[in-house]
Design a protein around this ligand. Structure first.
Ligand code: ZN
Length: 143
């Protein structure tokens, strides 16, 4: 298993009903990426779609991908427009990851040095930092 040091939250910076198919097409055709941008992506309904297994390296934050896992909500074009379902789904994904990688830190894309874009448009550690305690107090599903 690779060493995971960061659990990174993103927004797609698109309108909130943008389809996953069109986002994947953009990565492949416009950016020329061979891999996807995130491990998990969360639709406006709060539905979580896995795009890559944890073991795979994705294209979330240049220079940090080998040690990171990435989750993104669809939206965030101009503001933090997460639905309640998306807020909860992000927490669910981060909690599962924290149980598997208890030493990893929750952060936003914008928290990395040199990043100028406001992704995911809110402070991920401030909002989801309580999950460290939740994860530590809950036995792992993995046993
Ligand atoms: Zn991002």
């Amino acid at each position: 298993m690779r060493t995971i040091t960061h659990l990174v939250v993103h927004c797609t910076a698109t309108p909130k009903h943008t389809t996953i198919a069109s986002i994947r097409r953009y990565w492949k055709e416009a950016l020329g990426w061979k891999s996807v941008g995130y491990h998990k992506i969360i639709e406006a309904t709060g539905n979580i779609v896995t795009l890559a297994e944890d073991s795979k390296v994705t294209n979330g934050v240049a220079g940090h991908n080998s040690t990171s896992l990435h989750v993104s909500y669809i939206g965030g074009k101009d503001t933090d427009d997460r639905s309640i379902g998306q807020r909860q789904a992000i927490a669910g994904v981060l909690l599962e990851w924290l149980k598997k990688y208890p030493t990893a830190r929750i952060c936003g894309h914008r928290d990395f040095a040199g990043v100028t874009k406001d992704c995911p448009r809110f402070s991920a550690e401030k909002e989801y930092g309580y999950l460290y305690l939740t994860a530590a107090g809950t036995p792992s599903q993995e046993g």
